[in-house]
Design a protein around this ligand. Structure first.
Ligand SMILES: [Mg+2]
Length: 333
């Protein structure tokens, strides 16, 4: 594009997609049999098409469709106008409920979640129009590759009433090691993370130790999704000294994480603390510098039907159906 003329949106295609999700276990239940996503395609009068991707629950799809009609004719570079038009749509159709995996911790607004796939698609178009990667539009790439970690889950062989998947059951250390072996051999992962908070802590510690024996050089991470007490977290952290690269969200809350951080030898990581601006100011003076380091993970779903992202407020920042388990009977205090 060289003449500075607007690049007009002519059409928007929204395609819901359902793909199978194994019976993966986490602290609040099991993944549902299908994961729902939607693909947003924005078409322009120059023949360029941009791609975005987002949630696909029914309410979210209705909002996406409404926005799709609202932005026909918009210049593909007008992302601020996109935001304003999405705000108008949400004001008209409503913004409560929907958007996402049940039980996910969500601090973004409905407008943000609806804007996102369209904004990404417009950036895709802009990059194609000027012949530059989207990373250049956002300030430039700072690395050429990003390492991925194998992400192990305890799992059932199958969802109830369905045939076992090809990965089979994984409920003990040997099965977790076998799952890791297959992931490392097939995909070349150089680090391994286990989604914990499923089995009693001592079993998960044994699983990590088994992984260490099988993979002596792979960094290991454990994420119980804030389901342990601080006492259990400290005991587990100390038991895994020299074994874990980091322990992720062992216990709920900034204060709880700070208490654990003071007592365990490894760094903590989190994607459940300090996820909203109103969590910053009151904590700033007392937040320990080593309590939280950023990490990026894909979220795990919650199988509790009554739990919705709308009820997970920034101040609560926890799925309301999440409960803290205390393993007092099986775990020496
Ligand atoms: Mg996590």
């Amino acid at each position: 594009m060289s003449d500075g003329a607007p690049l007009r949106i002519t059409d928007v295609t929204i395609t819901p997609v359902a793909f199978r999700d194994p019976a993966l276990l986490n602290s609040v239940g099991v993944h549902e049999p299908f994961a729902l996503r939607s693909i947003v395609q924005i078409h322009t009068d120059a023949g360029l098409t941009g791609l975005g991707e987002t949630y696909a629950d029914e309410l979210h799809l209705e909002r996406l469709a409404a926005v799709g009609h609202e932005i026909v004719g918009l210049d593909a570079f007008a992302t601020e106008e996109l935001h304003q038009r999405v705000q108008r749509v949400i004001d008209r159709v409503g913004g409560s409920g929907g958007s996402g995996l049940t039980g996910m911790i969500t601090t973004s607004s409905t407008v943000d979640r609806v804007v996102s796939p369209f904004e990404v698609a417009l950036l895709d178009i802009q990059g194609k129009a000027i012949g530059r990667p989207v990373s250049d539009l956002l300030g430039g790439a700072v690395r050429s590759a990003v390492p991925f970690s194998a992400y192990l889950f305890y799992k059932w062989a199958a969802h109830p009433g369905q045939e076992p998947d090809e990965w089979g059951e994984a409920l003990d250390p040997d099965a977790i090691v076998a799952q890791a072996r297959r992931m490392v051999d097939d995909y070349g992962f150089t680090a391994i993370k286990l989604k914990g908070g499923v089995r009693p802590p001592e079993e998960e510690i044994e699983a990590i130790r088994a992984l260490r024996r099988a993979f002596p050089d792979h960094p290991l991470r454990l994420d119980p999704n804030a389901v342990w007490t601080t006492e259990t977290s400290v005991k587990a952290g100390r038991a895994l000294e020299g074994v874990l690269e980091y322990l992720e969200d062992p216990t709920p809350g900034i204060d709880g994480m700070a208490a654990v951080a003071r007592e365990v030898p490894m760094p903590l990581a989190t994607n459940m603390c300090v996820v909203a601006f109103d969590e910053l100011a009151p904590r700033w003076p007392s937040t320990p510098s080593r309590s939280s380091s950023p990490t990026t993970t894909t979220g795990a779903g919650c199988a509790v039907p009554s739990c919705s992202p709308a009820s997970a407020t920034p101040s609560a920042w926890a799925c309301p159906c999440t409960r803290t388990r205390t393993w007092a009977s099986a775990w020496p205090r």
